[in-house]
Design a protein around this ligand. Structure first.
Ligand SMILES: [Ca+2]
Ligand SMILES: [Ca+2]
Ligand SMILES: [Ca+2]
Length: 237
């Protein structure tokens, strides 16, 4: 084991994690989505909580309200290439936002036709309103050169109780697991060979693609606050 957080106690360990706070999703067609530090915290029962909630409008537009979620990352605190990365967590219950356990590095933006110099590795993305689970890879930035590969499927019962989502990342391939069962194996992008940091996030956008039934669905139909609980993160060589 090279890194772990069991999320015991009352205070997030800031030697391991940075909490993010900024406008994550400026949404021309609806209320904005923010990352606020106050939406990532420990519950005192051994869990990290990532919360989604409605907030007062925070910027100069004329939205009736905005939304906030929490996000933490280990950038500059823990970064590793290859190994096994695992989360044990309980998905949220409401529409309108999505949660993720993912790996990231500065090289994701390098547009060289390869993901070997850095790939966004979405170990999983999940929702409160559907059993759909997504694994995904993104490389060569997010503009015209952007490339991606993904695997999505319904995992019946995934929103009941806690479940593990695991990545085994070697020089030659990525292997993804849900509750210990292999769900995707790929070499897409050529396999990243650079150290990456961990992100645990909730995200909310009110743009049409995000509020559609092909993604997070409509936060207008949600009862917030809603919660994503993480019992532990464990990383191995
Ligand atoms: Ca706003
Ligand atoms: Ca690249
Ligand atoms: Ca725990």
């Amino acid at each position: 084991m090279t890194f772990s957080d069991e999320f015991e106690g009352n205070n997030l360990d800031l030697s391991k994690w940075e909490q993010l706070e900024y406008n994550r999703r400026q949404n021309e067609s609806g209320s904005d989505g923010w990352w606020l530090k106050e939406d990532s915290y420990l519950d005192g029962n051994g869990n990290l909580v990532i919360r989604a909630k409605k907030i007062d409008n925070r910027n100069s537009d004329d939205d009736p309200y905005d939304y906030s979620t929490g996000a933490i990352r280990s950038k500059g605190l823990f970064e590793q290439k290859f190994g096994k990365f695992e989360i044990y967590c309980q998905l949220p219950t409401q529409k309108g936002w999505w949660v993720a356990f993912w790996l990231f590095s500065n090289g994701v933006g390098n547009e060289d036709g390869s993901g070997e110099d850095g790939t966004e590795i979405d170990i999983f993305e999940g929702f409160g309103w559907t059993d759909n689970i997504q694994h995904a890879l993104h490389w060569d930035g997010y503009g015209a050169a952007h490339k991606s590969a993904s695997e999505g499927f319904d995992s019946e019962g995934i929103r009941n109780g806690f479940h593990t989502f695991t990545l085994e990342w070697s020089e030659k391939e990525y292997i993804f697991f849900v509750d210990g069962v292999e769900t995707w194996r790929t070499t897409a992008g050529g396999v990243s060979k650079v150290p990456s940091y961990i992100k645990i996030t909730g995200e909310l956008s009110t743009l049409p693609w995000a509020i559609s039934e092909s993604w997070a669905n409509d936060p207008e139909q949600a009862t917030y606050p809603d919660y994503f609980l993480v019992d532990y993160i464990r990383v191995y060589e």
